[in-house]
Structures are given as C-alpha cells and as structure tokens.
Design a protein around this ligand. Structure first.
Ligand SMILES: NC(=O)c1ccc[n+]([C@@H]2O[C@H](COP(=O)([O-])OP(=O)(O)OC[C@H]3O[C@@H](n4cnc5c(N)ncnc54)[C@H](OP(=O)(O)O)[C@@H]3O)[C@@H](O)[C@H]2O)c1
Length: 305
C-alpha cells in the first residue's frame, strides 16, 4: 500500500515509517517543522511538511499523494510540562484530535482513501466503577475531572468521527522506549509521587509494539476501536517503583490525596487513585497483535538500564 503517515517525525511516527517499509509499504510521511524533512527522508519516507489544522493544505496533500491508507499520529506533546490544568496542557493536541481529524477525514473522503487509522489514548478513559481493566466496549467516564473534559471530549470526537467513516481508532497505552519519554525527568527528580494507596491503574506500551500494532491496523478493515496496550495493566504503586529503579532514581515519594490535589490537581488524583486501564484482548484476537515487550516490568528495565 501507499501509506500517508501524518505525524511521521514524532515518537511513534518514526518507528512506524520503518515498520511500514519493512512490511513492504511505500510511505509518504509528514512533519510540521520544516527542519525535520531530511530526517524523514533518512528514515525512508517521502517527506512532506503539513499543518493538519490547515484544511486547504490537508486536502491538497491528500489529493496529490493519493494514498491507500492514512495513519494520523499528530500530537503536540513535545517538551510537555504537566501543570494543574490538564486541558490547557493538551489544548493544541485537542485541536489536532478534533479539527485535524475532521480535515483529514474530509480529504480522505474527497480522494477516496480506503483506510484510516488514528491515535487515541487508553488509560483514564473509562467510567470509574467495577473492575480496574476495561475493554473497548466498557462505558467511558461520564464525569471526568473538570479540567480534563475538553481532552476527553476531543478523544471521543476522534474515535466517533474515525469509526463513523469506517476507520480504526487506536487507544494506545502510555508510550515508553524513547529518550524523550515524558515521565523520565519527573521520576528521576522524584516529582511523580504515589498518591494515597497508589491504586489507580495505567496501561503501558513500548513504542516498537505500538508501531507494530499500527501496521496491523493499517492493513485491516474497520470500523473498530482497539486498545493497544501491554499484558500487564497495573496500579501506580507497582509500576512507579519499578520505573524509578530502572532509571536509577530513589523510590517515589508517597503523598496523601489532599496534597496531590493541592500540588497537581484533580487529574493527578484520578490517575494515582482511581483510573482504569485497558485490556488488549481484542487487538490480539482481531489484529493478531503480538508483543515484543509483554510487560513494562521487562520493558522499563531493558529500555532504561
Ligand atoms: N500514548 C502516549 O503515551 C503518547 C502519545 C503521544 C505522545 N506521547 C509522548 O509525548 C512526547 C512527545 O511526542 P512526539 O515526540 O511524538 O512529539 P509531538 O510534538 O507530539 O509530535 C508528534 C508528531 O505530530 C506532528 N505535528 C505536531 N503538530 C502538528 C500539526 N499542527 N500538524 C501536523 N502534524 C503535527 C509532529 O511534527 P514535528 O515533529 O515536525 O513537530 C510529529 O510528527 C513523547 O514523549 C511521546 O512518547 C505519548
């Protein structure tokens, strides 16, 4: 297939370009920053500079490339600093997930692109009731923390719009495996604590496994939503000490809920105490997804040693 990867210069995009080429696909890859063109070419993609928020440019690019599939991996999370207001931190990414998705879907429709795969997120999405590990069919959180509502709504929008168009939305676990992994610095500096009992669950995925699943999704007919996560959804009290140890950091601090709320806000409390994670059973069953890093236990140690 001829595959247009939008966001090909990012953490998952670069790995995806390699794996698509290894699977015999031809890749046109986009970056947002013009200075990344040569790096994209070196990765083996035909490079294009594209702003997904520019509807005209998106239509023109898709019409010129005429891809068989579009994989949409654009986010704006580089140099991210987590503040108390989650929605403010994710504002540009939310625009990419709403306006950007709509621009690409409209262009895909105009050009008759058959397949569309887009990036969403797995953890902290589900209603906070019942078991801690959820499937794609379980209800989403009807009442997320106030300063996370726009971000949750943006992911819902993306998933609904993509599946309505016959495409596939991938709810990835938290990415790890790159030098710019967002949690490295806070964990090294002991700024990422265990809140209360640390019972909030997260799902993780090594970037190589995330890219492998994405290739399978691009080769698969939709519509569908898949959790792309590893085999071991786990509470913060389990994964965080292992990550700290792998990074050579001292063990994480423990703080009570009231202090976490004061310092980091309600989303940090949710993640630390009450968040649900995601089962990968459907992706394994329907996509034949097989993991090189079945658990963050082995993955953190290998990646950060
Ligand atoms: N599931 C997860 O846990 C998850 C998901 C996403 C990201 N992250 C993390 O966030 C950090 C940053 O991610 P990243 O390195 O991939 O960088 P990023 O800044 O999030 O960029 C991702 C991709 O989107 C492109 N892009 C940005 N703005 C765009 C726009 N307006 N239109 C079209 N494309 C646009 C970027 O192009 P340029 O490179 O040219 O800017 C890049 O190719 C990493 O640590 C990553 O692991 C985690």
């Amino acid at each position: 297939m001829r595959v247009l990867v939008v966001g090909a210069s990012g953490a998952i995009g670069t790995r995806l370009v390699h794996q698509l080429i290894e699977h015999g696909h031809e890749v046109v890859g986009t970056c947002h920053s013009p200075h990344k063109v040569e790096a994209l070419r070196a990765h083996g993609a035909e490079p294009v500079v594209l702003d997904a928020l520019d509807a005209h440019a998106v239509r023109e690019t898709v019409a010129r490339v005429v891809p068989d599939a579009i994989v949409y991996e654009a986010t704006a999370l580089a140099d991210l600093r987590f503040g108390r207001n989650f929605d403010r931190t994710f504002a540009q990414t939310n625009r990419l997930r709403t306006e950007g998705t709509d621009n690409l879907l409209a262009a895909a429709r105009d050009t008759g692109v058959r397949r569309f795969v887009a990036q969403s997120f797995a953890s902290m999405r589900n209603a906070r009731e019942g078991g801690m590990v959820k499937t794609e069919d379980d209800p989403l959180d009807p009442d997320p923390p106030e300063n996370m509502r726009e971000s949750q709504a943006a992911m819902r929008h993306l998933e609904q719009a993509v599946t309505d168009a016959g495409g596939i939305a991938l709810r990835y676990g938290g990415f790890y495996g790159a030098a710019n992994d967002a949690l490295i610095e806070p964990v090294r500096k002991r700024q990422f604590p265990i809140v209360d009992g640390g019972g909030g669950y997260s799902s993780w995925i090594h970037l190589d496994d995330a890219a492998a699943a994405t290739v399978l999704a691009a080769e698969h007919d939709g519509p569908a939503v898949y959790n792309i996560t590893d085999d071991e959804p786990a509470p913060t009290r389990e994964w965080l000490p292992v990550l700290a140890d792998a990074l050579g950091a001292r063990p994480p601090r423990r703080i009570p809920v009231w202090l976490a709320r004061l310092i980091a806000g309600e989303v940090a409390v949710l993640m630390g105490t009450d968040a649900r994670a995601a089962s990968n059973a459907k992706a394994k069953r329907e996509l034949g997804f097989a993991l090189r890093y079945p658990s963050w236990r082995q993955g953190f140690a290998e990646v950060y040693a």
